[in-house]
Design a protein around this ligand. Structure first.
Ligand SMILES: Cc1cc2nc3c(=O)[nH]c(=O)nc-3n(C[C@H](O)[C@H](O)[C@H](O)COP(=O)(O)O)c2cc1C
Length: 179
């Protein structure tokens, strides 16, 4: 069994990225257990916290330490990834000597109504995370352009999005399982 934690990068209640995350969860292979690691309650990190790291941030780090791989399903804000995602990553990198980015197996996916479907925000994460030691899955890319037909009331998605989500989570499960 492979344990995969996933973060939804949107704080919005009706988030399309939460919908995409649910489709990914539903398409996950049997050997993968997916658990949400919620970032909505994380305070903004500042370096004074290092001396006495807040419990809520420690608990978040423990949740990430308990999974074999982490998946970020995030919107794009102003052609970058949103602040709560950067905050969560910064928290994972601290306090000194307790950083968790080195060796972290990571996948990135996202949904947007825009025609590039979060590809710019994803590209920025692909730029700064590997130098921190993150083991980032390179392909496939899951950047979904959402229309009114993409997600259905019952939580399912159209055929193409469902197939892409399945291919993505199959590959990520294999990526996380590999030694
Ligand atoms: C501050 C802000 C900036 C945005 N910038 C982009 C952008 O650069 N590219 C894009 O495709 N969509 C952009 N959008 C539109 C989002 O993709 C859209 O709101 C989407 O629903 C966000 O995902 P969510 O529903 O999971 O929160 C932006 C939205 C906001 C609120």
């Amino acid at each position: 069994m492979v344990k995969i934690g996933y973060i939804v990068g949107s704080l919005a209640q009706n988030s399309i990225n939460r919908k995409l995350a649910q489709v990914i969860v539903d398409q996950a292979p049997q050997q993968a257990e997916l658990v949400e690691i919620n970032i909505t309650e994380l305070p903004l990190y500042d370096r004074h916290m290092d001396a006495d790291f807040p419990q809520v941030l420690r608990e978040f780090k423990e949740q990430v330490a308990a999974v074999d791989g982490l998946l970020i399903v995030s919107p794009e804000h102003n052609q970058s990834f949103p602040a709560p995602v950067k905050n969560a990553i910064d928290v994972l990198s601290r306090p000194p000597k307790e950083g968790q980015l080195a060796g972290l197996k990571l996948g990135i996916a996202g949904a947007s109504p825009g025609r590039f479907g979060t590809i710019n925000g994803q590209a920025q994460m692909r730029q700064f995370l590997p130098p921190q030691g993150v083991k980032l899955m390179g392909s496939p890319v899951l950047a979904v352009q959402v229309t009114g037909e993409t997600f259905h009331e019952d939580g399912t998605a159209d055929e193409q999005t469902t197939a892409r989500a399945r291919k993505y989570i199959d590959a990520f499960t294999e990526f996380v399982s590999a030694r």
